[in-house]
Design a protein around this ligand. Structure first.
Ligand code: DGL
Length: 275
């Protein structure tokens, strides 16, 4: 059902905690907006699953978020953006945006030598979506992709600053180090949480692009343009930020509290297969 209430929340989803890096940016840049976040913690990771499965999961989550009355949806997951954005956006009567266009745009604007690296899940890198989108923006851009499948479990385990993470990151990124890239897209929403490790290995001269930043701007502009931005003066019932997961609600809540500006008091578990 189309949502006409500008005070309705924005829906954000990811396979787990990664999308919180996007939610965090939206909280920073448009603090007046309300958010309903869903993390598919029962079915993470998405990055090693097929297109059909990712599309089915995404459709269920979009139905759940619409049942919460959201006015727009942000797919805060590169993998789901790569495989499901076009379909779910065409099937849904509220705006749906992903993270890939925003990341691609920022990287194309940042590069000086036209050589851009993209790290992401196997699904995202295998889809070739960043190459396609960036070359549509600028045909002579060269894109070097590298899947980093162990990054997601390392982040989900909270090993953000750990020698195991350093070792794995060095191995993955060594492939990119001798390709003369000057810009690297953190093409998985979990990866900004490993930013300091990636920065240390890639060095100061490589621009690291976190698509979350531009995605928040895109959402802000979209809401404003359609007159759907929230009026901060108007009262609402309940929490400004609500969190739902498909499993392990407490673990999620603790993780979310560690990376968001405010404590997450409650996370509710729902049966996503019912949607
Ligand atoms: N955070 C997700 C992404 O941006 C996917 C992680 C996963 O579930 O594999 O691609």
């Amino acid at each position: 059902m189309i949502q006409t209430d500008r005070n309705a929340p924005v829906g954000i989803f990811d396979s787990g905690v990664g999308g919180l890096t996007v939610a965090r940016e939206i909280m920073r840049q448009i603090p007046e907006e309300r958010i309903v976040y869903f993390g598919d913690t029962a079915r993470v990771p998405y990055g090693s699953k097929s297109r059909d499965t990712i599309l089915r999961y995404s459709r269920q989550i979009v139905r759940f978020l619409q049942s919460q009355g959201v006015k727009a949806i942000v797919i805060a997951c590169n993998t789901a953006s790569a495989y499901a954005l076009d379909e779910v956006a065409a099937e849904t009567d509220i705006p749906v945006i992903g993270v890939i266009n925003a990341g691609a745009r920022t990287a194309v604007a940042a590069t000086r030598n036209g050589r851009i690296g993209v790290i992401g899940t196997e699904a995202t890198v295998g889809s070739g979506i960043y190459t396609k989108v960036m070359q549509e923006m600028k045909p002579d851009i060269q894109v070097i992709g590298k899947a980093c499948p162990l990054f997601v479990p390392l982040v989900e385990e909270g090993l953000l600053h750990d020698s195991v993470t350093d070792e794995i990151a060095s191995r993955y990124l060594s492939v990119l180090k001798n390709k003369y890239i000057d810009t690297l897209v953190l093409g998985c929403t979990h990866y900004p949480l490993l930013r300091s490790t990636v920065r240390r290995i890639m060095g100061e001269d490589v621009v690291l692009v976190n698509p979350a930043y531009e995605t928040a701007i895109e959402l802000r502009d979209l809401l404003k343009k359609s007159g759907m931005n929230r009026n901060p003066e108007e009262a609402f019932e309940g929490e400004q930020y609500q969190f739902f997961v498909s499993d392990l609600a407490e673990k999620f809540r603790d993780f979310a509290t560690s990376i968001l500006p405010n404590e997450v008091k409650e996370t509710r578990q729902i049966e996503i297969e019912n949607y």
